[in-house]
Design a protein around this ligand. Structure first.
Ligand code: 5GP
Ligand code: ZN
Length: 140
């Protein structure tokens, strides 16, 4: 997948919209357009790395730091009973966008364990949730 046609590179370049929760030097966190659960957030590298084999360790460390920050804010904002942290590499593992990202999926009992939602969320819904999570971020 070239960076020209990559959906997440297009989001990073501002060619496609996203509902951002926060940003760091080398990452941007935004809501999944097809949420598997309320508050489903992706922690995404600004630069294009296809998978765990390509991402430099220092960028992976920043993904971990941002995941930790966003997880705390999701907990404060949405009070989920569980949180799934997932990262998929290659189509056989279920990866569908070949630009490195971490999923943070708040989980409630009885709601299933799917990683991919089927329905596109509305812009209004996503902007409300993004603001709610962002409001609970610890200051850096
Ligand atoms: P993967 O299967 O590669 O781990 O996850 C890719 C995720 O990107 C999926 O959960 C999918 O719903 C999400 N996604 C696909 N296209 C877009 C988009 O244009 N915007 C956003 N925010 N998420 C997207
Ligand atoms: Zn990309």
């Amino acid at each position: 997948m070239s960076e020209v046609n990559c959906i997440f590179c297009k989001i990073m370049r501002g060619e496609l919209p996203s509902h951002r929760v926060c940003e760091s030097e080398r990452t941007v966190s935004f809501l999944d357009l097809f949420p598997a659960a309320l508050g489903h957030t992706l922690i995404v590298t600004r630069d294009h790395y296809e998978n765990i084999y390509e991402i430099p360790p220092e960028v992976l460390a920043e993904i971990a730091t941002e995941s930790h920050r966003v997880a705390g804010a999701q907990r404060e904002a949405l009070r989920p009973e569980g949180l799934g942290v997932y990262q998929l590499n290659g189509a056989p593992a279920g990866q569908t966008v070949f630009h490195y990202h971490m999923h943070l999926i708040p989980r409630m009992p009885g709601q299933g364990l799917e990683l991919h939602g089927r329905k596109e969320a509305s812009s209004e819904e996503l902007s409300g949730i993004a603001a709610k999570i962002a409001a609970k971020l610890p200051s850096t």
